[in-house]
Design a protein around this ligand. Structure first.
Ligand SMILES: [Zn+2]
Length: 316
């Protein structure tokens, strides 16, 4: 039977409920945090409070999208989720290439070696120290999806290899894939690479696409049969909320509602209420469905996007 992998073990897809498909409860260390301290989300108690707010607002499942080598903390995630009632999902795979120092193992090992490393997490559990060595210790947590990514308007040879690895791991195990596009670019190209590597379209979710709120490009990506992930839903510093709403409305009117998912991606301490920021994890469950209704988006579509799509996508 297909299940959704949470940090406390597999659950039935029926238990998934309202889902934030891309967020962050823990980021400690790694290049992103080193370059900008605001990316650090490193307080277990505060992150747990943030999850409790999410649950109170109607949230039920949340995917922490921190992959290998950029500050993922599987043991911290288990502590954070404890007693919150939230199904927290951890992941495997890699981020965009520029977040890995030239000394990192991704630059040293062959494609097959890294493929086997990612596969070992899917089969045996997430490695407790992100394969930083010298010892390998698999936790009892299976990853909920495999990540890959690329930079602004380009896919480097390293990124192409890591994208191919994600596609191959998914082809072998059926694990879903979530990508990082930079400012919403190269999503179509990522999807093509993943499909070429053998991944099935319904296992692929192209991330951050509404950062580049280009209707025709989104339609072209969706016509490959993959999911699009919107996560710039209240970042008015980038664009008005109406840009994302327009995309959801137009695309769902054309029949694409079964391929859209939404995440907060509140990946900075200054976005989290428990760290003194705004608007926090609660924003999406508390306000966004009502905003969608005001925009003329039906309850059926809202239910599809927040509950039915994540339930189908995350189960493997
Ligand atoms: Zn993120």
């Amino acid at each position: 039977m297909k299940t959704v992998k949470t940090v406390f073990g597999p659950i039935s897809p029926e238990e998934v409920g309202f889902t934030d498909i891309h967020d962050h409860v823990w980021k400690s260390g790694g290049m992103e945090v080193r370059e900008d301290k605001d990316f650090g989300i490193e307080n277990i108690g505060k992150s747990r409070d943030e999850l409790i707010r999410y649950k109170k607002a109607g949230g039920n499942t949340l995917v922490d999208m921190q992959p290998i080598g950029v500050g993922r903390g599987i043991n911290e995630m288990k502590e954070i989720a404890k007693d919150t009632g939230v199904n927290l999902v951890a992941i495997t795979g890699f981020h965009r290439g520029s977040l890995y120092d030239k000394a990192h193992f991704v630059y040293k090992y062959t494609e097959d070696q890294i493929f086997n490393m990612v596969l070992s997490e899917v089969e045996s559990g997430i490695e407790e120290n992100d394969f930083c060595g010298p010892f390998v210790k698999h936790s009892d947590v299976l990853p909920g999806l495999v990540k890959c990514g690329s930079g602004y308007y380009k896919i480097t040879p390293l990124e192409e290899m890591l994208i191919r690895i994600a596609g191959r791991v998914s082809a072998k195990t059926d694990i879903p894939i979530g990508t990082h596009t930079h400012v919403g670019t190269m999503g179509y190209e990522q999807a093509r690479l993943l499909l070429d590597a053998g991944a099935r379209p319904e296992r692929i979710m192209i991330g951050h696409l509404d950062r580049n709120a280009d209707f025709l490009m989104h339609k072209k990506v969706l016509d490959l049969g993959v999911y699009v992930q919107y996560d710039c839903v209240a970042r008015v510093k980038y664009h008005p909320v109406s840009d994302t709403m327009d995309l959801i409305k137009r695309l769902s009117d054309l029949g694409y509602a079964n391929r859209i998912m939404i995440g907060g991606d509140w990946g900075r301490a200054s976005y989290l209420q428990s760290y003194g920021g705004e608007p926090g994890f609660e924003f999406i469950p508390k306000y966004f469905p009502d905003m969608m209704r005001e925009y003329g988006i039906s309850d059926e579509v809202i239910n599809r996007i927040f509950i039915e799509n994540p339930k189908e996508f995350l189960a493997y």
